[in-house]
Every structure is written in C-alpha cells, then in structure tokens.
Design a protein around this ligand. Structure first.
Ligand SMILES: Cc1cc2nc3c(=O)[nH]c(=O)nc-3n(C[C@H](O)[C@H](O)[C@H](O)COP(=O)(O)O)c2cc1C
Length: 540
C-alpha cells in the first residue's frame, strides 16, 4: 500500500516538474534561443582543440572558414577581371560558351588583352587573304577541316584513319566524368565529325553512341586486362572487333598534369557498372601503377605497339607529357632503324587538366606545351621522321589562334578536354576531385547529373567544334593559306622578352617546320580513309 502511494506521489512530482520545464521553455523569447545556440557553439569552440582560430576566437572564427569556402565564387563573379583567372579566364570561357550556343561571340571596342605581354602570339596576315574557288569544299561547309595526315598510312596499317576534324575530344574516362557528360561528348563528336578519346577508364556504352572513338589505355589496362591486372591482347582484339567505330588506339605513357604518378580508384567509387566496364572487382580499390607491366624498355614498347597494330589492324599512337629527352631519342633511333613505331604521338602540355592530381605534380612536373612540343618535334625532325607521325597537341589549345600557333609548330590535330567540358556546361568550379561537380559533368552523383540534357549538350559540343573550325579557317585564309597545315613557323610571332619583344616562332624555338604534303581540301574530302560521317563503312 505504502509503496503504491509513494509511486503515485513521485509520478505527480515528475509531471509537475515537466510542466515547469515546458512552461519555462515556452516563455523563452526567440532571441533567447539564438543566444543559447550562440552560447553553446561558443562553449564547444573553446573546448575543442582541433582548430586554433575558433578556439581563440569563438563564433567569429567560423567566418574565416565561411569566407574561405565562398571566396573562389565571389572572386569569379565579382572581383576578378576578364583576363585574370586560370586555367581559363572569363573571356576564354565566354568565347566557348557563346560559340557552343551559336550566340554572338564577338568583342566590342577592340582587344582588352595586354598584347605586349610575355607569350602573346601574333599571326602575320597576308596582304591579300586566300581566295576560295566557287566549288571549294568550304563554300558548301564553312566548318569542313579534316586532318591533313592519315594515321597509320606510313606503317601500312590495315585500317588507316584520317580524322574528319582537326579538333577532337581528349582522353577523359567514364568514372572521372558522369555517364551523361560522356554520352553528350560522344553524340556531339558524331554531329561535328570529330573523334572521342575514351580516357583510361575503358570503353563504356556512353562512348558508343555513334562518334568515332580512339580507345585509350594506361597502366591499369582498364577494359583490356586479365584477372591479374595484366594487359590482355585477346580482350583488345575482341574490343576492336566488336566495336568498329574504334578507329585508333592510344597507349598512355603519361599526361601533363601528373606524369609518372599512378592513381588509386577507391573501392567505394566502383559501382557494378564501372567494375564491368573496367574489368575490375566491385568495391575493391584498384591501382594504376606509374609503370606499364607490358614492357620495360623503349624497344619493348615499340614491339608492343607493333603487336597491337598487327592484331587489330588499327593505327596505334602514344600519349605523353615531355621532360627528359634521352628515351625519346632512343625511340626515334629505333623508329629510323626498324621502320616501325607509333602512328601518332599526342603531346600533352604541363598545363593540361586532370580529374585529380597533387598540386606539386600539376604545377611543376613536365614542360608546358610550347617547350615540350618544340623539343620533341626537333628531335624527330633531325631523324627525318616527322612525315610518318601524326602529331596531336593538347594543353589549353582549344582556341583558334592558339591552334594556329600549334599547327605552325608542326601539330596536325588538336585534342581538347576542359574546353569540351565547358561547351557542355562545366563552370570551372575546379572540384572534379570531390565528386561534387555542380554542373553534373565530373561527378557520379545522380542528382547533380540530372540537369544535363544530352541532346542539347551534344549540339553545344558540336557547335563549339564547328565555330572553332570556322574561325581557324578564317584565320588561315587571312594568313594567305587554305589549310592550317600550311602555316610556317615564320607566320607567327610570339612575345619573348623585353629587349626583343616579339620574335617569329622559328627564331624563338630554333627550328623550321617541315612542309606537310597537302593537295587541297578537296583531296582530303575525297580520301577513302576520312572518318566521321564521311567514312566509307566498308573500309572500317
Ligand atoms: C576530368 C579529366 C579527366 C582526364 N582523364 C584523362 C585520362 O584518363 N587519361 C589521360 O591521358 N588524360 C586525361 N586527362 C587530360 C586530358 O586528356 C588533356 O590531356 C588535358 O586536360 C589537356 O587538355 P585541355 O587543356 O584541353 O584540358 C583528363 C583531363 C580532365 C580534365
């Protein structure tokens, strides 16, 4: 009896206390709640030891982290001037956005660029521009601009390939880019007649929607690897046989943003789909080592290239960032002696982009494009090998004047990565490595990808390529030529220093480009190996 009475009293007391507490809480004004929240955060700031600034300056210290996180956006939208930002400034980005939307991409009132700045380039115009005849291919299509060389012609590969566009999509894998971005790029190159380089992550269904493809692989051998992670020739042959739109193969030695640095693809990012495409286990960490397992020496690499070309019939090239030249000298000697070797070489500048790289590599390892390309071209020129190699340049070359300079130095084609991404909506948020790309381009987050409208974005990529080719053709005509392959080093000046501010490319980089054989745009149009929608399907 006594116990029951005590329990009832306790219950009544408990209810009364609860009522009092609730009444007290109800009577706290809204500003009282704010003070309590601030007080709690201040106590937490003082007690924590991880961040000195918030410990020493409770509450106020948080403003530093807030401003730091929104700083890049504030500078990009309000503070930075038109030519200030890197990697691509507002004028460059604006030109790509306007070109891809077929909007007015002109500038009013003259250049706002410091044309006396170091590395500024000038194209020497002719007194009279090149005059095109009435049946010239560019009368019917102002954007028609194929590569002047054929990949695999010298080495007599069974399926040579002439890219139908001198501008193409550079290596970027499905995994670093979203499925929707990859598909937009592929459908875009189909419309524009370019090729789409797969990047290291293997050939996905999103690379297979109709555009010409260059299958690219690195040390991870994704898509062409056996269960132990070794290169599998059987898989390579099968991939090429099953996918006739694969027109060439690129063996990656290195890229400008991180040469000699391997990579780890964390297991958490390896979905069922990515595992199947790359040929790896679901959820397991996958290593891309710095070195290839398939060869150790330069001559073994040449044998490897020849074997792939022989088994698949396709042209095979290499991609690399350039630094030391000794092994390249060795490659050139082997090519000269044996008559074998890569059909194309992609030279990636140290300014090149990446999905993720340590700044110590991105900022410092390998030479910028102009220095690396000129070193390499001279080396192959000394051995009289330039006519048998298609030279591809990449590293912020996706602008007509920059491309004209690259052609004058010996490039035959341009690959673009980040410029292509901007044409499909990338805003240069520079967060590719976080999986939080706000434009849905470089993320696997389904919600962020939802904003990408594939038909619209593929048209944009195509329009950017077409505008680029049209302006490059116009610049070429202004210099008195029909095709950019005719540009000579002496046609372009570059600002080198204060005493002798501007100097022709040949005097700056100390060589004269070899003449590229060229018999007019019509001959390129009639070529049986021309790719894109000009391709004769029976020869593929
Ligand atoms: C998101 C992203 C992913 C990339 N993935 C690869 C890759 O898989 N293999 C490779 O060789 N280069 C890769 N690159 C480098 C580009 O192919 C290209 O060489 C470089 O960005 C220079 O071109 P750009 O200045 O036009 O961007 C990647 C670049 C970006 C931005």
């Amino acid at each position: 009896m006594i116990d029951e009475r005590n329990i009832s009293i306790l219950k009544i007391l408990q209810i009364k206390t609860m009522d009092t507490v609730l009444n007290f809480l109800e009577n706290i004004a809204w500003w009282g709640w704010i003070l309590i929240a601030i007080g709690t955060i201040a106590i937490r700031d003082i007690l924590q030891r991880k961040h000195t600034i918030t410990h020493n300056f409770p509450i106020l210290g948080h403003l530093r982290y807030l401003f730091e996180s929104i700083g890049p956006e504030m500078r990009q939208y309000f503070v930075a001037n038109n030519r200030e930002e890197l990697p691509f400034n507002r004028i460059e980005r604006g030109w790509i956005y306007a070109s891809s939307k077929k909007e007015n991409n002109y500038e009013g009132f003259g250049t706002d660029r410091d044309i006396y700045a170091h590395q500024h380039i000038f194209i020497n115009n002719a007194m009279f521009p090149f005059k095109i005849g009435k049946d010239h291919p560019n009368i019917h299509d102002k954007t028609f601009l194929p590569c002047a060389k054929i990949m695999g012609e010298f080495n007599k590969r069974r399926k040579p390939y002439r890219p139908a566009s001198i501008i193409n999509v550079s290596a970027m894998s499905f995994g670093s880019l979203s499925a929707k971005a990859v598909e937009s790029l592929n459908r875009g190159v189909k419309i524009a007649g370019g090729y789409h380089n797969t990047g290291e992550g293997g050939l996905s269904p999103y690379h297979s929607t109709g555009g010409d493809v260059i299958f690219h692989f690195g040390t991870g051998y994704f898509g062409v690897r056996d269960d132990d992670g070794n290169f599998s020739m059987e898989k390579m042959v099968q991939l090429v046989e099953e996918n006739p739109f694969v027109r060439a193969i690129e063996l990656k030695l290195s890229q400008g943003a991180k040469p000699g640095k391997g990579g780890v693809l964390p297991g958490a990012k390896i979905t069922k789909e990515i595992a199947a495409i790359r040929g790896v286990g679901i959820g397991e960490d996958v290593l891309s080592p710095p070195n290839h397992k398939a060869f150790d020496t330069v001559s073994e690499m040449v044998d490897f290239i020849e074997e792939i070309a022989e088994k698949t019939g396709l042209p095979v090239g290499i991609k690399a960032a350039i630094g030391k030249l000794a092994q390249w000298e060795e490659l050139a000697s082997i090519m000269k002696e044996t008559g074998k070797g890569p059909d194309f070489i992609t030279v990636d500048g140290g300014e090149g982009g990446t999905g993720a790289a340590p700044p110590s590599f991105a900022d410092h390892v390998s030479l910028p494009w102009v220095y690396s390309f000129s070193d390499l071209y001279k080396l192959f020129q000394r051995k009289e090998l330039t006519d048998r190699i298609v030279f591809i340049g990449s590293g912020k070359l996706g602008f007509p004047a920059k491309a004209a300079m690259a052609f004058a130095m010996g490039a035959d084609c341009i690959n673009v990565a980040r410029e292509a991404l901007m044409s499909i909506g990338c805003i240069q948020a520079q967060v590719c490595h976080t999986n939080r790309c706000p434009s849905g381009v470089a993320t696997q987050n389904k919600w962020l990808q939802r904003g990408i409208d594939i038909p619209l974005k593929s048209e944009r990529l195509a329009q950017y390529f077409k505008t680029f080719r049209k302006e490059l053709i116009e610049i070429t005509h202004a210099a008195g030529y029909e095709h950019p392959c005719q540009f000579q080093m002496s046609d372009i000046d570059v600002n080198v220093d204060d005493r002798n501010l501007s100097q022709e490319l040949d005097r700056t980089y100390h060589y004269i480009k070899n003449e590229t054989p060229f018999n007019g745009q019509q001959a390129l149009k009639d070529c049986e190996y021309l790719g894109g929608h000009y391709a004769n399907k029976s020869t593929q």
